[in-house]
Structure formats: C-alpha cells, structure tokens
Design a protein. Structure first.
Lengths: 651, 141
C-alpha cells in the first residue's frame, strides 16, 4: 500500500513538473541577469550612459534609444515623410526627398554608421542608406536632423552602405541588385553579359560633412551585401561581402545557393584614388539628386548632378581582389586591430576569419585561382587565418569587444555566439528571442569598442510582448557582456524593423546638442523677425502670410481678404529663444500635415481652402499654460468678393 | 556677559537678514548681484537695445498699454536697474522667488520667457528703457 501510494505521489509530482515545464516556454531565458532590473534602471532625471541609433528598416527612419534603459528619445525622419514633424510636408523640407524618380515619400533604411576620427566614432554625424531608391543620408548630431541626402547613380538596392573609412574619408555604397548600366533596355536573360554591380565611394568633406560621389567601380554582376573598412595596417582597404556569384536572375533562393563559396571583395581605395588621379576613370552621364538642408536658411535645396567617374577593374591592376568565402556571406566585419576580416556566411557551417597580413602575402606571391572580370581570386587557404567550427546555424554579423572576443549573430539557430578571435574557439552562447539579425556593441565595429553592452536586434518577437493583433512589435534585447557569460538584461520594443545600429558614449554627442536656433541668424527668405514686420501679401492667387509665434499668440491672428481659389502659404517663425519650446501650427482643412517649428526657426506650409468660411488655426504643440488660447482665424471669401487683405492681433 | 554675547549674535544675524533681504528685494534674483552705477544715457547702446527689443521682446510688451506682459513705460523709475536686468536674464527664478515678480505674475498669469539674451544685450535693453523714460525716444505704438 505504502509503496503504491508513493508511486502515485511520484507520478503526480512528475506530471506537475512536466506540465509546469511546458508552461515555462515564455520564461525570460536561462541566462537572465539576477540584477537585471537595477542594471537597466536609470532613475528619473538621470541620463543614460550611451546613445544608440537604431535604423527603422522598412520605416525609413532612424530611432534614438538610450542604453541601458532602452528608452526611445526621438525618431529622426530621414527617407520617409513624418507628419508629426512636417518632414517632407513643409515647403522647406520637401526638396530633401526629391530624386530622379520624383518626390519619394518612403524608403527602406538599413544601416546606420557613425562618422569616425582615427577609427573611433566621433559623434559628429551619422550616415544611413536608402535601400530601395539608392541614397545615402547624413544626419547632423548637433541637431539630430537629416542634413543631406545624396542619390547614388548606376545603383539598385543600395545595401552594402554607408560604411565608412577610419577618418570618414569616404562612405561607400554597393549594389545589392546588379542592373544593366550602359544599355538600359535589355532582356533580363542577358544578365551575365549586360548587367553589372557598382561600388561607389562617396567623399565626405572633413569640415562640413558634405558628400559627393568621388568614383564608382564597375564590378561583376554579383549581389554586394555588406562591407567594412580596414583599420590600422589595413586602413587603405575596404571589404565587401558578395553572394549570387552564380549570377542568377531568377529564383535566387535556390539558384544563388549553388556554390560552396562566394566572395569577399577587397578594394584598395587608395589605389583607386591614384587611378582616378591618373585619369583612368571614365565620365558616365547619369542624373542624380543632391539635397542639402541648411540650419541658416532653415530650408533644403536640391541640385541635379550630371556625371560620375567610373573605374573599370580591367584598367586598374592591383585595385581589387576576391577572397573566396563560404557561403552566401552577409556580414563582412573587421576586428579592432584591422588584422582579421570575418565573413558571416548565412548558409555556412563555419565562420571564416581571414588575415590581412596573409592576404597581402598571397597577393605578393600571386597565390591566385584565376580571375573574374579582370579581378584576381586569391586562394582561400592563402588568406585564411582559420575557421570557427560549429558556431551555430546561419552566422550573420559579427561585432567586437575590447577584450579580444567576437560576437556573431546566428539567424537560424536564434542565438549570439561569443568566440576568441585568435584561438577561434567558441566560449559562450546566448539565445535571442527570436531570429536575431544584426547586433551592436557601442563602438563594436571601431578600433575602440566600449565592451559593456550588446544589443541584439530581432526579426520576430512572437510571444515576448502583449499581442497587438497580427502585427507585433519588433524588438531589441540588451545583454551585459562584462563577464565571461553574456547575461540578458532587457527586451525593448522598437519602431519599424530594428535593422542595424550604432552606439556611442553619450558625452561625445550630448555636449554638442543645439538648444535653439538664434533668431538673429535666421536667413530663411520668409523669416519674420519681429511682430512689427508681419504682413500678408497677395501675388496673383498666391497669398503669403508672414506670421510669428511666441507663448501664447500668433501675430497676426485675424486675417481677412483671402478668396476661394487662392493658394495660401503660411510662413511661420517661432520667436522663442528658450530650449524645448517648439510651437505647432495647423489650420482647418490642411491637407498635408501639421508643422512643428523649433525656437528661432521658420517653416512654411501650403493651404488650399476648398470652401468659403472662417477657418481657425492653432498651436498643436502644448507650449504653455495658455496654449489653449494660442489660436486665430482666417476668413475665406467668395472668388468675386471685394474684400481687401487685412490682418491684426489684439484689436 | 553670556546674555549680551547671545544678544550681540542675534543682533548681527538680524541685521544680516534685514540687509540681505533688502538687497534681494531691490535687486531681484539672478546674475546681477552688485550695485550698478549708471552714467549718462549712451546713444549707441540705445540703438542696440531698441533692435534687440524689437526682435525679442515686442511680441509681448508695449510701453503705454498692457499686451501679454505689463506696460514698460517708467519701468526704470519703478525698479532698480539690477532688478530689470535680472528679470530679463532670469525670468523663471524671478517669478518663483522675487516678491515683486511673484505679485506681477498673479496679475498677468503668464511666465515671461528667457529670450537667449546675453548680459550685454540686457544692458542695451535697459538703456533703451532709460531713453524712453527720459523722453529721448518715443516708440511707435
């Protein structure tokens, strides 16, 4: 009896254990830090230690989060319109989104890259690529606004971009999609003969940051995926991963996965500069837009450029080499010393690590396996430092800490693997929730990583957060990497798809942050610097309202004499000179967006009233105790009315 | 002896309090802590002050009538120059702590804004006020 009872009890216990284990699938994970809450808690009023800049993927924007808290501070509009801030809606910002295809209200932003000085992020600018309609944007970190967007000619799918050299001499742009470049209208089946890839080197002015396409290199029709610049001894070189060396143009998931090895393309950009200086580049005619935003005029201007210099590797010996890399590589990452180049072969069972020293020796000793399109292919073993064996499934992207370790994301096995760069041994692994893509350690692709945190950006969240219908939030996860074991600290939701990120110690950026624009220095052609100067002007059927705003009124706030059929431009200047006092502007029937106007700034919105009536306008950004009183009226009369323009405030 | 020592200390403390308090009320609270010695009205400074006033202050202030803030005519007769300077340079703290500014706030109910003016800018604005109050200049209103 006793024995039977014991057996029954044991059975019950076992059953309870099994059921509770099953129900445990939503646990935080096996390696959560015991003091996680206090490690990510930033007390009210205190600042985070790091800024992180996480691209929004398909949202086309760039989000700014604090680390370790994961708090969202700002979404910087870049390649997509943003009604919240008027980006792409105000007359001043519209030119920023102009391209040879016309005004494009949306793009797909993938990779953020901080500007560098001596191989270390300097906190001046951050670059980001427009993937769909190829462009590179530069964001000024004094204002956290997009300062410049340049279109990349002869390009499609600007993916391996905008990675930068050690002193941001260049940012690069490599084509994911090869396209016909010389003749445009060709059969798709002529892919191998008529299609080409290009990699573009975009010069960055060291003072102003202004970008210009210095030269492009015509390359075989592979898919150029990601890239990173060399460091120290490898300073003169840039490395690009490429897949689809099979040159498939249909069903790539099968046809571009045939070969065991694709390539890492090593480009000696100093050599390329020499060839350009020698006149080896040909001028190709190609229209492309260059849009710049001025903090003096508070407005953007577009110029259309007409030619670009193109180098053909056949004319430029010693400029490019291919290194075989298993298999369909994505990440192409250079360690802090500049000696090791890590390929992240999505379909590979190993992580190959190449040695820059060995690569140079192989080139010197001509250890080649033939050539493709005039580009020598270095023997795999000749450039190889070694392989990390059995790292996991789907190695994708590698970042580095300051202690000689590399961290590689594994998309398929949904984990991050920590390994010793010299010994090529895996020392730790941590699961991600779920399907990790890119990862980020602040400064983790630079010469001096701040090896304290690792941010993991996931493609799928499934059961990690409260559900919100079919579309769920995407997320990033924060790990403590100061010890031997990676420890999970935090999950935090992100905007769009958190595709790729950069991080920097906060002081390098926060100390330069602009608080206001000086009203005395405002050079907008439509600025009104004093309520004495406000006016309403008619030019044919255009009405120009020159208006000022300050807590808590508009000048003028009563306007009459507008007629149906008029197009009204509100040129609104915020006269505040105090930090954090933007004002908003909206008028009933506005068909584009509200405006958000910073202290000392002028912005313009176009309004076309459709009916006779008196329309209220008001401040949309809560500004003061009397924000609700910050309002006015504009009267719209019939087209044939005999009413003169008049305007006033306080009368 | 003991008592007189105590009394002396109390007397000194009270004096300090009274004088300190007086000084605070007259000068207001802000970067201008020492007495300003004003000379004759400087014509060049008036022009500068007028320009800054028209750029940064005129949205809310007239001289002869109330707009958002109080009318400014004779302000240099009502207040000490140090107080005017501090109100321009440190309006938030003034309205929180200075008794006169606090009283004005109960009438006008609107926090005066700091308009990114330097000490020199504020000095020029003060000169413009002095010129208006001396009848040297009459603003168009």
């Amino acid at each position: 009896m006793i024995y039977k009872r014991l057996t029954t009890l044991m059975l019950i216990f076992t059953a309870v254990f099994i059921f509770s284990s099953c129900g445990d699938k939503k646990s935080s994970g096996p390696n959560i830090s015991e003091d996680a809450a206090s490690r990510v808690y930033v007390p009210p009023g205190k600042y985070d230690e790091f800024y992180s800049f996480v691209s929004g993927g398909f949202s086309g924007q760039l989000a700014v989060y604090g680390l370790p808290s994961g708090r969202l501070f700002r979404v910087i509009p870049v390649f997509s319109v943003d009604p919240e801030k008027g980006w792409g809606y105000t007359e001043e910002t519209k030119p920023m989104l102009m391209t040879t295809h016309g005004f494009i209200p949306w793009d797909d932003s993938h990779h953020s890259e901080l500007s560098m000085t001596d191989g270390v992020p300097d906190g001046r600018w951050i670059f980001i690529n427009g993937n769909n309609t190829p462009r590179i944007a530069r964001i000024d970190l004094k204002t956290f606004r997009t300062a410049e967007i340049i279109e990349i000619p002869n390009s499609a799918g600007n993916h391996s971009s905008p990675f930068t050299t050690e002193n941001s001499e260049y940012v690069v742009a490599g084509t994911r999609f090869s396209i016909p470049i010389k003749e445009k209208d060709v059969p798709i089946s002529s892919y191998t003969e008529k299609f080409n890839g290009t990699v573009s080197f975009v010069k960055v002015d060291p003072k102003s940051g202004n970008m210009s396409v210095a030269f492009q290199i015509m390359s075989p029709p592979f898919d150029y995926d990601l890239s990173h610049a060399g460091k120290n001894a490898s300073h003169d070189w840039f490395f690009f991963s490429c897949y689809n060396t099979e040159q498939a143009h249909t069903l790539l998931e099968v046809n571009a996965s045939q070969k065991d090895k694709d390539f890492i393309m090593a480009v000696n950009w100093k050599k390329a500069e020499e060839y350009v200086a020698q006149g080896k580049a040909k001028d190709y005619s190609a229209d492309y837009y260059h849009n710049t935003y001025s903090d003096e005029t508070h407005s953007a201007t577009s110029e259309v450029l007409k030619t670009v210099k193109v180098l053909d590797p056949k004319d430029c010996p010693g400029m490019i080499y291919y290194i075989p890399c298993p298999k369909s590589p994505h990440g192409c990452d250079v360690d802090p010393s500049g000696e090791y180049i890590v390929g992240g072969g999505k379909l590979a069972t190993v992580i190959p690590v190449f040695s820059f020293t060995k690569m140079l020796k192989a080139i010197e000793g001509k250890q080649f396996d033939g050539e493709i399109g005039g580009i020598p292919v270095i023997k795999y073993e000749a450039a190889l430092h070694g392989e990390v064996q059995k790292p996991g499934l789907g190695p994708l992207h590698t970042e580095f800490d300051d202690k000689g370790y590399a961290y590689t994301s594994m998309f398929v096995s949904s984990e991050v693997v920590k390994w010793d760069i010299k010994k090529l041994e895996v020392v730790d692994r941590a699961p991600s929730y779920y399907s990790v893509g890119h990862i980020m350690i602040p400064g983790g692709d630079s010469k001096k990583p701040w090896g304290k945190y690792l941010v993991v950006m996931n493609k799928i969240t499934k059961d990690r957060f409260l559900p919100t219908g079919p579309e769920l939030t995407q997320s990033a996860q924060l790990y403590d990497i100061t010890g031997d074991k990676m420890k999970l600290l935090l999950d935090f939701p992100t905007i769009g798809e958190p595709h790729y990120a950069q991080g920097i110690i906060a002081d390098l950026v926060s100390k330069n942050s602009v608080k206001i624009f000086k009203i005395g220095e405002n050079k907008n052609p439509y600025v009104t610097k004093s309520p004495n100067d406000v006016k309403v002007e008619r030019k044919g059927n255009e009405i120009h309202v020159y208006m000022t705003m300050i807590r808590s009124h508009f000048t003028p706030d009563n306007i009459e004499g507008i007629k149906l059929g008029d197009v009204v431009y509100f040129h609104v200047t915020n006269l505040e000179q105090d930090w954090d006092i933007p004002h908003g502007f909206a008028v009933k029937g506005l068909m584009n967006s509200e405006m958000l106007i910073m202290p000392g700034e002028t912005q313009t919105i176009k309004w076309e009233p459709k009916e006779v009536g008196v329309y209220p306008f008001y401040c949309t950004d809560f500004c003061s105790a009397l924000h609700q009183e910050m309002q006015g009226y504009i009267r719209v009369s019939p087209a044939n009315a005999n009413i003169q323009i008049s305007f006033s405030t306080g009368k | 002896m003991k008592i007189s020592k105590k009394s002396a200390i109390m007397f000194l403390t009270l004096t300090a309090l009274i004088f300190g308090g007086c000084k605070k009320t007259e000068y207001g609270i802000g970067p201008v802590k020492d007495e300003m010695k004003l000379g004759a009205i400087d014509d060049n400074l008036i022009a500068k002050g007028k320009e800054i006033f028209n750029l940064k202050c005129i949205s809310c202030h007239k001289f002869n009538s109330r707009l958002v803030g109080p009318p400014l005519k004779d302000v240099t007769k009502r207040r000490r120059p140090e107080w005017i300077m501090n109100q321009i340079l440190n309006p938030v703290e003034m309205i929180q702590q200075d008794p006169v500014a606090k009283e004005l706030f109960t009438q006008y109910l609107i926090q005066m804004t700091f308009q990114d003016v330097t000490h020199d800018d504020a000095r020029a604005i003060l000169e413009y006020f002095r010129a208006v109050d001396a009848g040297k200049i009459t603003p168009a209103e």
